[in-house]
Design a protein around this ligand. Sequence first.
Ligand code: NAD
Length: 517
Amino acid sequence: MSNTAHAPTDTLPNSEMIAVENPATGEIIGHIPDLTPEQVADLARRARAAQPGWEALGYHGRARVLRRMQRWLMDNADRVITTISAETGKAYEDAQMAELAYGAQAFGFWAENAPKYLADEKIRSSSLFVKGKRLTLRYRPIGVVGVIGPWNYPLVNSFGDCIPALAAGNSVILKPSEYTPMTSLLMADGLAACGLPDDVFLVATGRGATGAAVLDEVDMIMFTGSTATGRKVGIRAAERLIPASLELGGKDPMIVLADADVERAANHAVYYSMFNCGQTCISIERCYVEAPVYDDFVARVTAKTRALRQGVPNGPGSVDVGSMTFPPQVEIVERHVEDARQRGARVLVGGHRGRADGHWFEPTILVDVDHDMACMREETFGPTLPIMRITDADEAIRLANDSEYGLCASVFTRDAARGEAIARQIKAGSVTVNDALVNYTALELPMGGGKPGSGVGYRHGVGGIRKYCRQQSLLISRIHGHRDVHMHPYNATRTGLFTRVLALLNRGLPARSRRAD
Ligand code: NAD
């Protein structure tokens, strides 16, 4: 695979190159330049010069490009899926369902909704000073948006956040993970083929230092990644006084109550803990099951996990679970499993790295876990599911909330009203009842951290595009005299009148004027 089409090596040919690996096989599939701060500054100059022309196209002009890109994604579906799968090691269906489908939907969604979400708002005011004047709240693009993304979903979580930023009329510089940059470069190819003007979307490939350089150039930063890096990004954004939206880590709990549909709960537990090899910020990472259904639930989950086919993805239906993507993550998963084992947990399925080629960890089920174990407290971000027996819903809520994270959570019960009552007590950005993760596909619904450890800000919904804008308040006086009544020179009669009006408006009582002189 070649990536030279968008790598700006022509501007500074001596960039250090980074090898990109297929983590399922260890094969090198491409090289990308590790951009220096000077190269990033050059990209920012180009993006800034291109932005006014893109903004001037208006919503409908921009929507035409976005809709063409929606069709382009479908026309090039196999190429997109293969590229994602090759650089992440994920199963064909994980790339198709979660990434391709999201991208295509998002292009259509933002093309349609940007004009609605960013339409001028007519504002009514109770202020006496503005009676008869026209007040408007307007959203204007912020300028050049920087998007920095992780390796687990190169289309959804790196490129996906660029779509509303572009729809709002911004230029975008995307810094994808150095482990999975190929999808972003392919998206740049697609956008160019769909008529996006030059330099409106630029990909800054490189490591963390390149991300830091992007942060130093842009007018707003949208970051998705670990809590530790998110904190650094937030600090730098605060120093520069630019807005930052931070989508960070998670440790999502699943609660299974005694009256749950145990088969549905077990299917959800296995699918949404092993989907994408467990490398989803909103994966089910820990499970609390009420004692009466615990044994049944564990038996079903164990059988379903044993049946999963893990291997090198090779087209549709070839495997259920692929490899891991990020080599150091395998060590974290192994450490969590070992820590649990040493503290008395039992491994019912998996528990090892598995294949020697590439980067792998087996789908793993842990029981007899407690809340001091790393697997229940830290983000594992791998194909593991620790299951804990609990006595009642109150204990489940307490344990679910006993975390620095609060991204998503799920509750399983046949009593939907009780499920909702429990959901409302969980401190997470999103909570589902008898479901998991699919809330992410509802682009109308905000998605973000419900606690600082999981981030600040939201994607999706009306706020998911307004964050890429500055608000501008407009006040237009069409009918007016030479001088307004409150202006100099002050006189006691008018002040007395104003005193009574003020009292009337704020106390609802007639007031006596007091002479000022
Ligand atoms: P990471 O924080 O290591 O890296 C994310 C990005 O930041 C990469 O592109 C990296 O090169 C860049 N970066 C590193 N140092 C930087 C710096 N000082 N300044 C600017 N950029 C810098 O995260 P990761 O390992 O790539 O991703 C996994 C994490 O992402 C997990 O914690 C996961 O939960 C989280 N995640 C969150 C969401 C969400 O929506 N909340 C979605 C996906 C992933």
